[in-house]
Design a protein around this ligand. Sequence first.
Ligand SMILES: Nc1ncnc2c1ncn2[C@@H]1O[C@H](COP(=O)(O)OP(=O)(O)O)[C@@H](O)[C@H]1O
Ligand SMILES: [Mg+2]
Length: 220
Amino acid sequence: MNDTEIIKLQARCVSHEIRNHVSICEMYTEILRKNLERDGYKNPSAENALECIKKSLKIIGNSLLDLKSINNLSPQNCDFKFLVEEGVRLSQAYILGKNITINCFVKNTATIFVDDNKFLACVVNIIKNGIEAIDAKGEINVIGEVKNNIAHLRISNNGKMISKEKQREIFEQGFTTKPTGSGLGLHICKSNLKAQKAELKLNKSTKSVTEFEITIPVIV
Ligand SMILES: Nc1ncnc2c1ncn2[C@@H]1O[C@H](COP(=O)(O)OP(=O)(O)O)[C@@H](O)[C@H]1O
Ligand SMILES: [Mg+2]
């Protein structure tokens, strides 16, 4: 076997092992949810946590399928506001115990034709980067708006700025300034969104604000 074949096989084996354990997590999440329901235990925070775990497991499973085929996109009609709010809900896990708030305001909505898991993964990636750019205290603003048949999603934070030189490199595969970073997040977001007729760009990065924007045509 040559190196490429070894890596392919290894990727399939790792994917297989992860999927086995994802399905265990999915099963136990469902058991937990049913048990809580059966015992009449009402706790919105626990219910929200279970929903988020379920959704994240879906996204993991979907990402693993990308190892099998390159164009693993399942686009469908989705509500823009719903997806954005779902992305924010999932991202709340990253601010636990931190002095950071995520504000979300979606002015109006429309139908967009996207792979919901992949779109969500992009929103989460960008919010996570924003959180990681904030040292101690700060905020993330997620603003959605549909204008002239285009849905705009602006995600900004008031953390450290991206220098002019680095701004040219951030979308490149493997570019990272973090000790344990992969430098893949923005690259994946950009190519996933492009495959869905959407666009991701950095609007600005100054001392006071860094803002990314996703634009995507809506279904009319
Ligand atoms: N919101 C942001 N604020 C400041 N820097 C950012 C932001 N988003 C991305 N970056 C920069 O872009 C780099 C690449 O991001 P990404 O592709 O997500 O990889 P990673 O997060 O693994 O480093 C980061 O290491 C960071 O330097
Ligand atoms: Mg990242």
